[in-house]
Design a protein around this ligand. Structure first.
Ligand code: TMP
Ligand code: ASP
Length: 255
């Protein structure tokens, strides 16, 4: 790692955030801890930190290339990244393209049903309260963001969804749903923050028809399916293969 970290600012379930000598930058360390159901379930899965860090870095780079502002600045070795320091907005924005998870537990919508247009849900980020789903009026009542900021957050999340659907389709993966967190940087600009990884996205393998085998994300851990690291590893392998192909295409067209 090129840059030295300062004191620990925050430790979450899957990451540690450290200050740096620069006021507006932080170093983020991805841990091997896996938790689910608000940390009721916990394991340490060797290699998960590396996989999530590398996958997140690829996705943040891809979003950056497509004019989506994110906190990511650079990778710092296998499990660390440098990022802009932000004030986290305590909201979790979830977009669903296919019904599964809590949507199927809380509504009669059947598992696997396509959702078009994609459903956008906003949750209040608070482990003690169990990250409750917010209604429109509760979101307004909390007064965390203005109505303009809400529009910006929703349109950013929808843009991320459209971009990532295309990105994953090219490597035979279906983006079922995902969670984003956002924050304000020191100029008050809204950035996509936290991580974008198989911990925070559901990804199904288009190369499999088996309803368990096709799961490559944290549902393998939530549902005790085993092979969590293999699933995450397959996602990184395909992302890296896709990046190599794109680089070759550029080299060929330039050569
Ligand atoms: P859900 O179906 O459990 O509501 O999850 C929707 C998406 O959000 C799924 O991709 C997993 C992700 N997620 C998180 O990243 N963190 C969480 O704490 C939860 C509950 C879900
Ligand atoms: N992120 C939450 C936890 O760590 C829930 C989940 O991802 O299922 O407990």
């Amino acid at each position: 790692m090129e840059i030295k970290h300062g004191p620990l600012i925050y430790e979450g379930k899957a990451k540690r955030v450290y200050s740096t000598s620069s006021q507006d930058k932080v170093l983020i360390e991805y841990k091997d801890d896996a938790t689910a159901f608000n940390a009721l379930k916990h394991s340490v899965l060797s290699g998960k930190g590396l996989l999530n860090c590398q996958i997140s870095a690829h996705l943040f780079n891809f979003l950056h290339q497509n004019q989506v502002p994110t906190h990511f600045l650079s990778l710092q070795g296998e499990t660390w990244m440098l990022a802009q320091r932000i004030n986290v907005i305590p909201l979790e924005v979830v977009i669903r393209n296919v019904a599964t998870g809590s949507l199927c537990k809380q509504t009669p919508i059947p598992e696997g049903e396509p959702i078009n247009p994609p459903l956008l849900d906003i949750y209040y980020k608070d482990d003690d309260l169990g990250d409750p789903l917010l209604t429109d009026s509760r979101l307004k009542l909390l007064g965390l963001i203005t109505s303009e900021q809400r529009l910006e957050i929703e349109s950013l999340a929808r843009k991320v969804n459209e971009l990532m659907i295309g990105f994953f389709n090219k490597i035979d993966l279906t983006l079922i749903d995902f969670k984003l967190e956002m924050g304000f940087n020191n100029l008050g600009k809204i950035l996509v923050a936290d991580e974008i990884s198989p911990d925070t996205c559901r990804l199904w393998d288009n190369r499999s028809n088996d309803s368990n085998e096709r799961i490559l994300d944290k549902d393998r851990f939530r549902k005790d399916l085993g092979g969590v690291i293999d699933g995450y590893g397959e996602i990184l392998k395909r992302i890296q293969g896709g990046a190599d192909k794109a680089a070759n295409a550029v080299n060929l067209s330039e050569g």
